[in-house]
Write a protein that binds this ligand. Structure first.
Ligand code: GUN
Ligand code: ZN
Length: 441
């Protein structure tokens, strides 16, 4: 048993349906075999467990590890390409970098940068858009597995539109995807996601191949893009002769294990279909702003019962922090005026944690600090004298403290990250003690 002591904030009950922020000030979470065994005040739990180790996380706040529902592994070195709409940005910024991952040694370096970026931002679980190259996807899974991150990922598939070196064909797509899934799906914390890049770059034969892989890998997820940009939406209609969601749905690719990113420009029929199928949407606020994609219609998603969580969408998104994504989600809803959903700090925390866990089918395992959940956590502890430190010192309530964290927090404020109660430490830091807050190296 280990006792973690600190101020714990989480959202076990959905604030969108009346749930409140749960706060345990000078609280304790008792962790046994990686799982939350008890929670309460430090005084009462210390009395019950007088001899167990204490990890002192007092000062700052402890949040559940973030769940990033949409982030591109091959784009970590392409973050920051501003000033272009989606299709230009893909051609000029993202795809040239993605092509470099044909070299597996290069891809291994990118995997190291990528996993470090996620963990450094307090993200402990992610649905990761992989690479077009199987060797690179292996490198990602291997690095995530070495560090202990919970990742769901897969081979990205396209057979049209993109530069030739990123294309494949349906038979090869099935063979390579199934081979990757046989190595990684269910291995440790890794799972497989069938990943057509977007239906704009996939023929019907390729989308049918995706359905074949999905059927061959029980428990696999499906992830792709949808309705991000008006030119792209128009292209999908020209190519497939139907709306964007239907282009996936008619191949059986839209279900409860589907996460589609963006959905900035859906029709009412598409939202209704997503709701009926139980699919989830990854809302990627900084990407939507950076590429000028538009303001996310959250109210219309909610009205249709479509599950929504946050994605960083690195590298169109401007960084790995879901604190920044939460703040930008708040801004977008403010800018929508009467059509926006007013978002409070507990809404933002829920979107970055429990809602993501739910979208990934992991809601019974991670996303909050309830008894029985796995202890995935981040300690936000700003340096003394910084604006966030000052703000936390003067916060009037836990909800007020959380607002300051979303307004001012960055990865520099994430002092420690734990997955299954184990610190995510530097690989060569053999002397790291259990519970010591060291970041991945
Ligand atoms: N649509 C297809 N590929 C991509 C991508 O890499 N990033 C974003 N934002 N949209 C996409
Ligand atoms: Zn994306």
């Amino acid at each position: 048993m280990t006792i973690f002591r600190g101020s714990f904030l989480d959202t076990p009950a959905d604030p969108f349906t009346g749930g409140a922020l749960r706060a345990e000030e000078d609280g304790a979470v008792v962790v046994h075999d990686g799982v939350v065994a008890a929670r309460g005040t430090y005084a009462e739990l210390r009395a019950v467990h007088p001899d167990d180790d204490v990890v002192d996380l007092t000062g700052g706040v402890v949040l559940p590890g973030f769940v990033d529902t949409h982030v591109h592994f091959p784009q970590v070195r392409a973050i920051g390409g501003l000033g272009m709409p989606l299709l230009d940005w893909l051609e000029q910024c993202a795809l040239p970098e993605e092509a470099r991952l044909a070299d597996t040694t290069y891809a291994e370096g990118v995997a190291t940068d990528f996993v470090r970026g996620l963990v450094g931002a307090g993200t402990t679980t992610a649905l990761v858009f992989g690479s077009h190259f199987a060797g690179a996807v292996d490198a990602l899974f291997a690095e995530a597995d070495r560090v202990g991150l919970r990742v769901t990922s897969g081979l990205v598939l396209s057979d049209r539109l993109l530069r030739a070196d990123l294309l494949t064909d349906p038979d090869r797509a099935v063979a390579e995807s199934v081979a990757l899934a046989s190595r990684w799906h269910g291995a440790g914390r890794s799972r497989y996601a069938v990943t057509p890049r977007f239906s704009l770059s996939c023929t019907d034969d390729m989308l049918a191949a995706c359905a074949e892989v999905l059927a061959a890998v029980p428990g696999a997820m499906l992830t792709s893009h949808v309705n991000e940009n008006p030119r792209e939406v128009e292209g999908v209609r020209e190519l497939h002769g139907c709306d964007y969601v239907t282009s996936y749905d008619r191949h059986g690719l839209v279900g409860a294990a589907t996460v589609l990113a963006h959905d900035v420009h859906p029709t009412d029929q598409e939202l209704a279909l997503l709701g009926v199928r139980g699919a989830a949407v990854a809302h990627c606020p900084t990407s939507n702003a950076a590429l000028g994609s538009g303001l996310f219609p959250l109210a219309r998603h909610r009205a249709n019962g479509v599950r929504v969580a946050l994605g960083s969408d690195v590298g169109a998104g401007t960084g790995f922090s879901l604190l920044k994504e939460g703040l930008q989600a708040y801004f977008a809803q403010q800018l929508l005026g009467d059509a926006g959903v007013p978002l409070s700090p507990p809404h933002l925390l829920h979107l970055a944690t429990a809602a993501g866990a739910d979208a990934l089918g992991l809601g019974d395992q991670v996303g909050d600090f309830s008894v029985g959940r796995r202890f995935d956590a981040q300690w936000i502890r700003p340096a003394p004298g910084t604006p966030l430190d000052v703000g936390l010192t003067h916060a009037a309530s836990p909800g007020d403290a959380l607002a300051r964290v979303f307004a001012l927090g960055t990865p520099a404020d994430v002092r420690g990250v734990w997955i299954d109660g184990v610190p995510v430490t530097r690989p060569d830091d053999a002397v790291a003690e259990a519970g010591s807050p060291l970041l991945v190296g």
